[in-house]
Ligand binder design. Sequence first.
Ligand code: C5P
Length: 399
Amino acid sequence: MLSFSKKNILLGVTGGIAAYKSAEIIRLFKKLGADVRVVMTESAKEFITPLTLQAISGNEIHDSLLNTEAEAAMGHIELAKWADIILIAPCTAETISKITHGRADDLMGALILASKADIFIAPAMNMNMWLDDSTQQNYKTLSSRGITFIGPAEGEQACGDIGPGRMVEPENIIELIRSSYKTGPLSGKTITITAGPTREQIDPVRFISNNSSGKMGYSLADAAIEAGASVNLVSGPVSLEADKSINLYKINSASEMMNVVMECMDSSDIFIGCAAVSDYKPADYSENKIKKNEMPHLEIELKKNEDILKNVATNFSSSYVVGFAAETSDINNNAMQKLKSKNLDMIISNDVSDKSIGFNVDDNEVTVITCDEKIFLKKDKKIRIAREILKIIANNTNK
Ligand code: C5P
């Protein structure tokens, strides 16, 4: 089941009697983990107050294109970029017409033009307005541009007419949006992803580990679910929660990670090694806590861990295998060498010497490298970088 956790949803509310149901739409999205912002047209405010929608969404309402204060807080272009999904519900014939003609004389029109988000429209109007040739023509034009219409539903209308024009009920709108993501480009595929650090125990209380937060791997797992895949996430110790639809395997050491990965790969099509696997582990594990009084000078001999990624590429050559290369110098060349030496299909390189990206932060900037191409993904939230990476993987595996 797809949740909306980490999804930014922009709900457009226009002036129709069904506007009172937008409060319920916000509540349902929030229950599924989404962050919801609301944009209202002037006429929508005649049907439901901005204060109501602000209280339910927990975010201020956006309603004006030319308000200096609002633009300073979150400008319309920023808002357009923020959104992963735009849903206009209810959507009037006027707003459908405005979008069809690319008009940007109010905030709603400008946002639609500026955004690359997936757009859904739940029309609500009198049946004759819906069936009118102009609206039907606009509906066809927008559908052909990739905008998804949800409804309208048939039934008794506020004006007493019976026919198509009612807004689809909030629960059904949400369900339709969810199901449109279940049939993503990776549906039917199983992906195994490693994430986070590993811990190599020295004794019962001490271990060797690293700074990996697991954010990139968990974002990849979320993006893979959104793309319709079945996901195994093999994770070292992190303080993140995995989406309920992910098969989560918690491990500590690299060798535990290796065992679980090998089992998962028996039924996986794709592997993404995103974990910061410890390269070394103590040669000997002390069953008892090492006493500092007895050991004024302590030397720990380390031996190499097995390379999980390389093992997957060798043993599962029909799977699509993706690695990460955290580098500090000559980034793309080092990554290219790793691609070849580990026999990978793809490597994703990032510069960990830049503290604003990579380890333990929310943003990343990477280059996706295969034998045929290099694609630079400029600095953005890890979840957005993850979605782009999954899109490229889907393209390559569906060829
Ligand atoms: O060789 P290097 O450690 O730089 O390669 C990084 C890539 O290899 C990452 O994808 C990481 O998850 C994977 N790796 C692994 N097992 C190791 C070391 C690294 O799977 N023991």
